[in-house]
Design a protein. Sequence first.
Length: 110
Amino acid sequence: MNQRDPHLPIPDVQSQPDHRRIAIDRVGVKSLRHPVRVRCVGGALMHSVAIFDMTVCLPETSKGTHMSRFVELIESHPEPLSAETLPALLEHMLARLNASEGRIDARFPF
């Protein structure tokens, strides 16, 4: 196996423009297991482990996205999951991934 010269930078291919002009209908992660806190009716907190499916639609100018950004999004969400906080999580995902549409599914024992 050839060794890479550590003095040569690795090009960021993902950030280069895509001239093929092909939109991506859906890209994301499936079955991502992550611990969560859930805000229950009445305000109580419950701890659980959720299985997330997270996808976005990307414009024709994008080559794709790094899957680690979905994990980063879940890890950086400070609020417990609830009907009130899920729309903000979705909006944050769309803004972070420069997407106009997306979907978050979370399944967990309750």
